[in-house]
Design a binder for this molecule. Structure first.
Ligand code: ADE
Ligand code: ZN
Length: 362
């Protein structure tokens, strides 16, 4: 692909709306944290860790992901993890991130809720100072655990309510329908928190209906199996429910057999608002920009289509009208400057004729 196109795609102002902070733990930091906190690892080298990142499905990934998350213990660990992610995603044009964390993974190891949240929040603040990226924090309940545990977790997080933007639902989907968690989501909504839920990743379209009907989900994480249910597609279009789609994740966890068969173009064609995200970038081979580039290269989405998706990601943020207007104006200004730059490029015969040996789909 033409390097200039890649750089233009990366530079598009965007929001990341589906990102698990624990899923940004790169092997290098994993070893550092294991050493700092004297947590034994079953891997000897960074390379050995990377070769272990071959997954058969969601559960085989989650087993590795929860094991690695056990190296996170102190406020500084959570701070460092968060800053490392923001440093990385700033280079991909992120202007806002609404990130997930899984407190039960940590509280189950006797790490205090306050340690987790304060560490992440100080990292998010540092990221805003360094890169101007604004953020929100979404607490995810682990759906493979009992609903009562989710309620205990919610109560433990309530003293930190001011730091939370919303709640979500993640972990092993099949056999753990949203209906099990109705009560805790009702409490969260009563506290004014936004609601998202993973649904239709490995689970059936019925789980997407449940997440909307029973949890009050405002966005659906993944939702790629929605196309199997025409009534659900009609509903997502009618209500303009945003789906936070993660192409490289779906490939790594074998939700799709080949990237070329990913349903993203069909979801877009149906008229569903879709954003592109990275899910767990340290495990799935790419951050936010890499997922946009994958959509360009494997799915043939043009720069213009990707720009529309980036704009939709900003429109789908949980922000007030002023902040949304600011984010969208930043996007529109960027694109206007981009158009001028592209015209300049076209006026320069040598540059405009840059060869493309791989057959650029733009
Ligand atoms: N936790 C981290 N990544 C996840 C995913 N893709 N699906 C469900 N739970 C997760
Ligand atoms: Zn996810």
């Amino acid at each position: 692909m033409v390097a200039a196109t890649m750089a233009r795609i990366r530079a598009l102002p965007k929001a990341e709306l589906h990102l698990h902070l624990e899923g940004t733990l790169e092997p290098e930091l994993l070893f550092e944290l294991a050493g700092r906190n004297r947590v034994p690892l079953r891997y000897e080298t960074v390379e050995a860790v990377r070769t272990a990142y071959r997954f058969a499905d969601l559960q085989s990934f989650l087993d590795v992901y929860y094991e690695a998350a056990a190296t996170l213990r102190t406020e500084r660990d959570f701070h460092d993890l968060t800053v490392a992610y923001l440093d990385r995603v700033a280079a991909d044009g992120a202007r806002r991130v609404e990130v997930f964390f899984d407190p039960q993974t940590h509280t189950i190891r006797d790490v205090a809720m306050g340690t987790v949240i304060e560490g992440i929040v100080s990292g998010l603040e540092e990221g805003e100072r360094r890169h101007g990226i604004t953020s929100g924090l979404i607490l995810c309940f682990l759906r493979h655990l009992p609903a009562g545990d989710a309620m205990v977790t919610f109560e433990a997080a309530r003293p930190f309510r001011e730091h939370l933007l919303g709640v979500g639902l993640d972990s092993g989907e099949v056999g753990n329908p949203p209906s099990r968690f109705t009560a805790v989501f009702e409490r969260a909504r009563a506290d004014g928190l936004h609601v998202v839920a993973h649904a239709g990743e490995e689970g059936p379209p019925a789980y997407v209906h449940e997440a909307l009907d029973l949890l009050g989900a405002e966005r659906i994480d993944h939702g790629v199996r929605s196309l199997e249910d025409p009534d659900l597609v009609d509903r997502l279009v009618r209500d303009q429910v945003p789906l936070t789609v993660c192409p490289l994740s779906n490939l790594a966890l074998r939700v799709v057999d080949r990237l070329e068969n990913h349903p993203l173009p069909a979801l877009l064609a149906a008229g569903i608002p879709v954003s592109i995200n990275s899910d767990d970038p340290a495990y799935f081979g790419g951050y936010l920009g890499d997922n946009y580039l994958a959509a360009h290269e494997a799915l043939g989405l043009s720069f213009t289509e990707l720009a529309a998706i980036a704009r939709a990601s900003l429109a789908a943020c949980f922000v007030d009208d002023d902040e949304r207007a600011r984010l969208l104006a930043g996007f529109d200004d960027h694109l206007a400057a981009e158009d001028l730059a592209a015209e300049d490029l076209a006026a320069e015969p040598d540059l405009a004729a840059e060869p493309d040996p791989e057959g650029d789909p733009t």
